[in-house]
Ligand binder design. Structure first.
Ligand SMILES: [Zn+2]
Length: 105
């Protein structure tokens, strides 16, 4: 039987509850790297953000990732993540569309 319930996660920036696939996951790996995880499968503590750079900037300003990941995230890391975020945004939305197709069996 297929589960119909859509898993919801909260964006750490705007606090909105969204279906998991609408959000970009940021993960703090066991090696203490903080990076964007488009697969959603990397191990470590995760935080979710809407797939919008505006939300990332909000998180950066409020240091939301520090709280969500329970770690100090340096400005240089936020800057690097912001660049990554901009770079993956298109890929993220493209893969989301593919996922939508997969849902319609
Ligand atoms: Zn958001």
């Amino acid at each position: 039987m297929k589960a119909r319930k859509v898993p919801l996660r909260k964006c750490v920036a705007c606090q909105e509850m969204m279906p998991k696939k609408e959000l970009i996951r940021v993960v703090r790996t066991p090696q203490s790297d903080v990076l964007i995880d488009l697969t959603g499968k990397k191990s470590g503590r995760g935080a979710y953000l809407c797939g919008k750079v505006s939300c990332f900037r909000l998180a950066k300003k409020a240091k939301s990732l520090d709280r969500a990941l329970k770690a100090a995230v340096g400005d240089d890391i936020y800057d690097r993540l912001e660049q990554d975020f901009i770079r993956v945004e298109d890929e993220f939305h493209a893969s989301k569309d593919r996922m939508d197709e997969d849902d319609e069996e």
